[in-house]
Design a binder for this molecule. Sequence first.
Ligand SMILES: [Cu+2]
Length: 399
Amino acid sequence: MLRILSPLLLATLAPLAAGHGHITKIVINGVSYEGWDIDVFPYESDPPAVVAWQTPNTGNGFISPDQYNSSDIICHENATNAAGHAVVAAGDKVNLQWTAWPSSHHGPVITYLANCGDSCETVDKTTLEFFKISAVGLVSDTDVPGTWGDDQLIANNDSWLVEIPPKLEAGYYVLRHEIIALHSAEESDGAQNYPQCFNLQVTGSGTEQPSGVLGTDLYTETEAGILVNIYSSLSTYDIPGPTMFSGAVSITQSTSVITSTGTATTGSGSAATTTAAAEATTSEASATASGSVEVVSPSVAVVASSSLTALPDSSSEPSSTTTSVNVQPSSPPTTTAPITSASNPEGPSSASGTAGSGATQSVYGQCGGINWTAATACNTQAVCSSMNPYYYQCVPTAV
Ligand SMILES: [Cu+2]
């Protein structure tokens, strides 16, 4: 999130598309794996091997519907394969930790898998065929614009828990997780897709081999779940994408306690991508079971280039802590707050970093629109700008 960046980094990154988030880590049976750090890794000549797909994009942005038939919709803008993968058993759960997600960005949360064949580190992303394993769209429309999948995500510490289908055949899979923000989706090309990809090695004795669809065939610009006005009452909402895989398991959202930190396993079978053969051997040898923490020699490049430490923790069983996912839909009166565009009546107030109901709104926070009753002024780094009648956003001023 921009609001936590230093002024120096802000200056480097501006201007940005009005975008909103990425996954910082994933947690499997208590083992935390670092994600692709868009604030740091794109600037490094030799970024660490992580389980997340890489992108040179530092804007925290989204993919728009007019890009649905471009490869950018697959794993985000100009994404390239993750350098390593995490091991997970079929039937185990993966927790995906997002940056703070803005409550205005209502929409579905969808997760897919695609089989990579020999290696997700080398697979051509345009050949991946995705099948849906989790999807939550409109939960309740009692209080328009409703309670959505991503409202559950916010209530779950900005994280999402997904179960790997228990009977899925073992192999290498790309997990594609996505929030589709619909706050401007009443206009054509107004939806915002935030796809994030991770490489997994699924273990187990399952035999199911779901069929899927190419990333570029997942969505169309005008389908009912993409071109939709969430500010009118919806009797139903059609979650975009193909139908759910029959072997998928629907679960209650919860967070995952982190008991250790893992590093990406690099190299996979005959298609090892690592330069150090010894490293691949060590990794493969140690990554035989779900949740196992590989112990890699400190001399290995992967470890040397990151601060991750493998800490086997046999004393504590991996566990999940269930938290409430009761969502409190904002329930404002139906007054329309007047908006002062392109000005900052709060003057040099230094209030910052508090999204939501403060006196001023932070960068990229909502600052107005029909039914909006919270802060309508932006902090000193931003001005309130109308995106559509329902959604005004604090956009950064030039730095
Ligand atoms: Cu946004």
